[in-house]
Design a protein around this ligand. Structure first.
Ligand SMILES: Nc1nc2c(ncn2[C@@H]2O[C@H](COP(=O)(O)OP(=O)(O)OP(=O)(O)O)[C@@H](O)[C@H]2O)c(=O)[nH]1
Ligand SMILES: [Mg+2]
Ligand SMILES: [Zn+2]
Length: 271
């Protein structure tokens, strides 16, 4: 753990408290973390930005519409969780706005992710979502305005989290949830609602970490002629063949290539 992190109390941290004179209570120690979700950006001095501790899973939420489903952005949220070795589930909300909402999820199901179609407005999928969230510590992440807070409110009305219409949000950069907060959920679960992001910049993931978010590509890549194939334009690339034949989604392949380039390795000449 980095020196800086040790002195920061994060959402989800377990701490030891000491009671002093009168009413005063202080945090004596942050207990060892079972997991840590952090984003990274190579431009920052220390690079790592811790988000939450002791999570059991990350639930990546997108909307079928309003805002439009953005597979590349979803892939980036998945990559952050996978790079932190956290289990990922995908939720496609606002199913009421798109009769074909499930289609967005197919590439993710094929990759092995559990995908849930929901509608916070009319209740579709909510009981299954409850099942995902019970008895665990989960963090909801995803683009802004997709309905993360609305889903939690629908499942647990007592939370009364702030939500706002996408069209009334004003200029870019605003989101309705302004800080990550943890809330009790059900009998012994916890949920962390986070401010949505419009984009996730470079986080300096290694090529290996990027690959973790693409198990679908990894499986097919076993058939590539070269072990160090980057699935760009190499001869004998099984991944390109799979994209061509529709077995692998072009969008997932596109995300993979973009992130690999960001990892700073795609520019290395293929040898
Ligand atoms: N039609 C429809 N609208 C929804 C649904 N879920 C949420 N909304 C609406 O979408 C808007 C945004 O919802 P929020 O819950 O604030 O979204 P959020 O993901 O928490 O947004 P941030 O806090 O900015 O990250 C609100 O107007 C909600 O009423 C849904 O299933 N269907
Ligand atoms: Mg919110
Ligand atoms: Zn290949």
């Amino acid at each position: 753990m980095k020196q800086r992190d040790r002195h920061t109390v994060l959402v989800g941290d377990r701490v030891r408290l000491v009671t002093g004179e009168g009413e005063s209570t202080a945090i004596e120690a942050v207990l060892p973390r079972g997991s840590l979700l952090q984003r990274r950006s190579p431009g920052r001095v220390r690079g790592a930005r811790p988000v939450a501790a002791n999570l059991d899973q990350v639930v990546v939420v997108g909307a079928a519409r309003m805002p439009d489903w953005d597979p590349h952005l979803i892939d980036r949220f998945i990559a952050v969780a996978e790079a932190n070795r956290l289990p990922v589930r995908v939720v496609i909300n606002k199913a009421d706005l798109d009769p074909d909402a499930a289609a967005h999820g197919r590439p993710y199901e094929r990759a092995g992710y559990e995908v849930l179609i929901t509608c916070a407005a009319d209740g579709i999928g909510l009981e299954r979502l409850r099942g995902f969230l019970e008895h665990r510590v989960s963090l909801l992440t995803g683009p802004t305005g997709v309905g993360k807070s609305s889903l939690l409110n629908a499942l647990s009305p007592g939370l009364r989290l702030r939500t706002a219409e996408v069209s009334r949000r004003g200029h870019a950069g605003r989101h309705t949830t302004v800080a990550s907060e943890m809330h009790p959920f059900g009998q012994d679960g916890f949920v962390v609602d986070t401010p949505g992001l419009r984009d996730i910049g470079l986080w300096g993931l290694s090529a290996q970490e990027v690959s973790l978010a693409f198990p679908d590509i990894g499986r097919v890549a076993e058939g590539c002629r070269f072990d160090d194939c980057r699935h760009g334009n190499e001869p004998g690339c099984a991944v390109l063949d799979a994209v061509e034949s529709g077995v692998l989604s072009a969008s997932r392949h596109g995300s993979f290539r973009t992130m690999l380039a960001e990892a700073g390795v795609a520019s290395r000449p293929w040898a």
